[in-house]
Ligand binder design. Sequence first.
Ligand SMILES: [Zn+2]
Length: 122
Amino acid sequence: MKYCYCPNCDNLRPKSWYLRSRCERCQGECIEFDVKRSTFGILMYFFYALAGILVVLYMGKNIWHSDWANIISSVPQQTFLILMIAFLVIGLVFSFIDVGKMNVEAEKVRISLKQDKTKKSP
Ligand SMILES: [Zn+2]
């Protein structure tokens, strides 16, 4: 995930791809840096993908009435829905943990950038 740090007003925020690399407070140039996703980020994608597969299977069986979706016909519909929601919730929880971990990493970068700045300008 990309972060944007403004040395002027010490403002740190996650940067979305559609946002320019400007500080939202002072419109100054901000320093961009990347923080890698944690293992939880990978788990998040995994559970979202699982939920996605279940959604497709569910629609295949109940909406499109496709033959390939018959592999889930032995699973009770209620169990299936619970699994679908559970995978989504687990994915969401992992994404929260992941963002939390990335924010901690970003904060470390912010501190080192701040120290760099104070070193350069005595
Ligand atoms: Zn700023």
